[in-house]
Design a protein around this ligand. Structure first.
Ligand code: ZN
Length: 148
């Protein structure tokens, strides 16, 4: 069965993933696939360069495993961030799945909240390095998570 989504250019940035039919809430759409790295291996592969944009293909499952979707990844890596998303990234038994959290109409872009967490404080400067332009009325202006 063909997946209920396709890749198209996105008004957010670059490419995006769009529903090609109405999708119910709570549907597991795709695994966030990629090479499994330790945080140290990920740091070595992508050294942090001050002022440079974060590598958005990295997804930390927990303190021990980071998924690098730039290597062996699939369409899930093209799903854009939104502060008012229609999907969520669900960690289940050491794997990441993108699932709908509400009904998505055909033609609507699939999004989830990246909610990045940095080691450093989420200062205004840090937020500016990770800006969000999702256009949601609730947009917090950054793809960083609200710090707990
Ligand atoms: Zn936003």
């Amino acid at each position: 069965m063909a997946p209920p989504f396709e890749i198209r250019s996105s008004p957010f940035q670059g490419l995006g993933v769009f529903a090609t039919e109405r999708i119910a809430a709570g549907v597991r759409l795709i695994e966030y696939a990629g090479e499994r790295l330790t945080p140290a291996e990920a740091d070595e592969r992508y050294p942090d360069v001050a002022g440079e944009r974060h590598h958005t293909f990295l997804f930390a499952i927990d303190d021990d495993i980071v998924i690098d979707a730039a290597v062996g990844g699939n369409d899930a890596r093209l799903i854009n961030h939104s502060c008012d998303p229609n999907c969520d990234a669900v960690i289940d038994d050491g794997r990441i799945w993108i699932e709908t959290i509400r009904v998505v109409e055909s033609g609507v872009e699939l999004t989830y909240d990246y909610a990045y967490v940095l080691d450093e404080r989420h200062s205004p400067a840090a937020k500016r390095r990770f800006p969000c332009h999702c256009g949601a009325t609730t947009c917090r202006g950054t793809i960083l998570a609200k710090k707990r």
